[in-house]
Design a protein around this ligand. Sequence first.
Ligand code: CP
Ligand code: NVA
Length: 311
Amino acid sequence: PPSLKGRDCLALSDYTPGEVESLLALALEGKEKLKKGEAWHPLSGKTLAMIFDKPSTRTRVSFEAGMAQLGGHPLALNRQELQLGRGESTADTAQILSGFVDAILIRTHWHSDVKELASYASIPVINGLTDLHHPCQALADLLTLKETKGKLAGLKLAYVGDGNNVLHSLLEAGALTGMHVAAAFPPGYEPDESIVQQAELIAQKTGGMVTWTHDPAEAVAGADAVYTDVWASMGQEEEKEKRMKDFVGYQVDPIMMAKAKSDALFLHCLPAYRGLEVAAEVIDGPQSAVFRQAENRLHAQKALLVMLLGD
Ligand code: CP
Ligand code: NVA
């Protein structure tokens, strides 16, 4: 099978459309194996160090369980319990960890820190969320859509909300798989321009498309899936009040969902705030796939770990 051996996963655009397709195929295979109770231990003897600078439920637990299921060993750490918290440099930490473990997962604030870690590490570095990207989430989202719709190319994925890390990775994921990603965000909450341009360039080659609007109804019209995320990301807690005002009209409620296709999925990376970015009737309703989407973090990331670390 195609391998990504020794590579990093900092952003989804690190990979080609073919590599993403292989990852999804392996994820589906691994999911099948787990459901059948078949053993799959390709990472026996390998260790993944995970550094968390921000809280996490899904990323932490799915990587930890996934590594264990693959026969490997996960090691969850946070900055405060490492010498990093006392000022040891990222560069030194990268080189030290490279001597002990086989890969590093990191969740931190600045994408540039992850790039620096990756440049000094001699082992794969996986981005578990930064201010700019959340590639592992987008892989699970692709898996969820592929499982449900049977294919990705040609689907319309609407994203309604903040132009944040989750949207950035979805733009790249959609472009790589030939989808139309239609984003709606309020003025002042635009996604990063260079990431949008990058996604547009990829989409030109795959037949995908990237569009944006300040009108959520336009983005969700005829969509196969409607996606939203929190209005205030981790680290933006003090902007919460202002954002609640600026995002009026951006809640995914039943009226908004009704503008998408009748079999459209509702997706959210979670954690979710019912009554803010999404109405309870939608996230707890029949079109919501959020728990399967979260479960798919496990399967998508196991495939990623096997392709980065497996022999
Ligand atoms: N979606 C996601 O990354 O969840 P956690 O913050 O719980 O890891
Ligand atoms: N945009 C959110 C995603 C959480 C998984 C954040 O960065 O906090």
